[in-house]
Structures are given as C-alpha cells and as structure tokens.
Design a protein around this ligand. Structure first.
Ligand code: GAR
Length: 207
C-alpha cells in the first residue's frame, strides 16, 4: 500500500480528483494518510474531512520565522511516514530539508507544459495569464518530481490542452484542470504505487 500525504493551499480540486480516483479504482493500492494545508481557510481541508481523511493546517502565521515553520512542516509530514508526498496546489516553496529527507518521494502538479510558464512567479492563475499574454496556442499540465529548483525536477507525465481565442485566465485554468490535471495526477500516483516510474539523472520514464 502506497502511503501518501497530500499538501494543499486552496480549493483542492486536484485533491478531490485523487480521492475520487482511489474510490473508483483508477488509483489502486494507495491511501491518503493525511492532508496538510498551509492555509486554514483552504476548502481542500473540508474536502479531506468530508472524505474521512485526517486534515491539518500548518500555517507560517503560527511560527516566529520561516525556519521554525519549515521545521514544523517537515515534522508534520514525516510523522505519517509517507512513501509519497503529493503537492496538489501547494503554493509554498518546499524547504530544502524536506527534499533531502524525501528524495524522489515528492511530486507536484503544475498547470503548464514545463519548461514553459514555470519557475518563480508562475503559479495558479499567473500561469494562465502568461500563456494568454504570449498568445500560446497549446498549453497543458505536468506532473514532476520535486527537486531543489522551482519546477525543475524529472517530468513524469504531461498532457496538452488547446488555448481558445476567447479564453480568460479562469476559463483556461478550468479547461487545463478538467482535461489534464485531474487526469494525469491520479495516473502518476497509480504508476508510482506500482513501481512503474524510473528516474535516471533528471529524466523519469514510465515502464
Ligand atoms: C492547480 O491548477 C495546480 O496545478 C496549481 O494550483 C492549482 C490548485 O488548484 N499549482 C501550481 O500552480 C503549482 N505551481 P486546486 O486547489 O483546485 O487543486
């Protein structure tokens, strides 16, 4: 059984996609041990509670400085002894100590085709604003392992999505979620649960 901890900051539609995929058998041999949010008002916490999953908030506001928050976050995750940590719309930079403690055991969903529209400043709606400003015709989503850089780790899965002429950042965000994110994130978790993702250097392959 793959034990996962899912980390969230907001609405939690990707978390919901994982919960539903476990329920309907798209993801097998996997459980969510806990959901952790940095934001006490994240609706994702309600989604976890509704699904009977233990949910907690570890907020930077409760700590005197970033180092203390990072330490609490790391301890909060490690106490569940996860095989995999899933960043499902977690908009906090992962502390290097966590990456060292969980090498190749943290994955992230990003709402673009990396290496386009990723890195510092590109998160949430900003990604889709960037895509529309550039006039890009194709965008998509990427699931990747998390390393010390921002959105630089080995890519596991990607899915392309068309940009429409009349898109707003919100309509594009919704289409990228529906057509790509909610599909490839559960798929990647199932592949990892069945030892089907191999990493060599900065490349991940599905076997
Ligand atoms: C998703 O679009 C996710 O890809 C993005 O935040 C949104 C969270 O939505 N993540 C990033 O931008 C990470 N750099 P959700 O809370 O409804 O899953």
């Amino acid at each position: 059984m793959l034990k996962t901890v899912v980390m969230v900051s907001g609405g939690g539609t990707n978390l919901q996609a994982i919960i539903d995929a476990i329920k309907n058998g798209v993801i097998k041999d996997t459980e969510i041990s806990a959901v952790i949010s940095n934001n006490e008002n994240a609706y994702a916490l309600e989604r976890a509670k509704n699904a009977g999953i233990s949910a907690e908030c570890i907020s930077p506001k409760s700590y005197s400085d970033r180092a203390a928050f990072n330490k609490a976050l790391l301890e909060g995750v490690l106490k569940y002894e996860p095989d995999l940590v899933v960043l499902a719309g977690f908009l906090v930079v992962i502390p290097p100590e966590m990456i060292k403690a969980l090498p190749n055991k943290i994955i992230n969903i990003h709402p673009s085709l990396i290496p386009a529209f990723c890195g510092e400043g590109y998160y949430g709606l900003h990604v889709h604003e960037g895509v529309l400003e550039r006039g890009t015709k194709i965008t998509g989503a990427t699931v990747h392992f998390v390393d010390e850089g921002t959105d630089t780790g080995p890519i596991i899965l990607q899915k392309a999505v068309e940009v429409h002429d009349n898109d707003t950042p919100k309509t594009l965000q919704q289409r990228v979620m529906e057509e790509a994110e909610w599909k490839i994130l559960p798929m990647a978790i199932d592949l990892i649960a069945h030892d089907r993702v191999v990493i060599e250097g900065n490349k991940a392959s599905v076997i």
